[in-house]
Design a protein around this ligand. Sequence first.
Ligand SMILES: C[S@@+](CC[C@H](N)C(=O)[O-])C[C@H]1O[C@@H](n2cnc3c(N)ncnc32)[C@H](O)[C@@H]1O
Length: 313
Amino acid sequence: MTVASSSGRRSDTLVMDASGAGGSGRPAAPKKMRPPTLPAGEYKPKQSLGQNFLSDQNYVMKICSSFRDSSVGGRSVVELGPGAGALTQVLHAQYPDMMAVDIDERSVQFLAETLPGLTVLQSDVLQIDYTQLAEARGGQLSIIGNLPYHITSQILFMLCDHYRSIARAVVLLQLEVAQRIVAPPNCKEYGILSVVFQLYTRPRILFKIPATVFYPQPKVTSALLSLDFTGRGPDVDRGDLKKVLSTAFQQRRKMLRQSLRPLLTEGVTLPEKFSALRPEQLTPQQFVELTKAIFGDTDPSQRADSGPVWRSI
Ligand SMILES: C[S@@+](CC[C@H](N)C(=O)[O-])C[C@H]1O[C@@H](n2cnc3c(N)ncnc32)[C@H](O)[C@@H]1O
């Protein structure tokens, strides 16, 4: 991790749309707010880092007003992937003690120059221990971010691995991924993402975001997703549940009595009510029940309740 340094570079406006959001309930725009910009010169978006920068101030305001945190000074607020600070400049005005994390040193330097006083770290968000970070920041974290799309699921699964330390996450992601996360049983989008996130959080799609408000424009439509962590995880060993989910959804057209056969040890049979069903027909809670039927109901105190389990899915 590297803490920001400064170097005094100038900024060029990328896309002018600084009309502000107006409507009630939205955060007041900081007085000296600039429209989303990229620093001049060498700060070209890197595709390898999923850099699609927000370039429309109306959407910036709409996104920021969908986010709430009540910690003192916003000490619990962590922005993942601030880039050139489109969201950060609005958030920092409201949450002066927030923190931002980006892997790109150009972002870290640029933010140090343009938002002095912001705590900004250069780090891979996938290498952060969010449980330790929450302890250091004095409470459960409120995460916000326009996530790099190529690692969105990994980031969100990782937050589930630290579910006790996360209060909420409000994130921009591909609409298609958001739809899978909120999908109910019995539809084609329903799968591992739906089961896992619905066991840990109350997921909601807040609104869609068109590709035209990013630079460069991605090929897909995006969405703002809100994940309210419930503070509870599934009441079963997470490793066992993961095995059941990956095995069942690997062959999603097959009935569970067929697809889950490799997991059944001698003497163990599937509950009759599940055996002729396909995985998409089970609710998240029924997957927990099914896991207990296959692997037994382990003593909660014996379960490995920390460490990465979901992230590697
Ligand atoms: C989609 S851009 C969002 C930038 C800015 N928040 C905005 O909305 O304009 C994603 C950001 O995540 C950063 N990023 C990509 N991979 C990362 C990683 N593994 N760890 C930390 N930041 C990462 C990129 O450098 C980039 O700034």
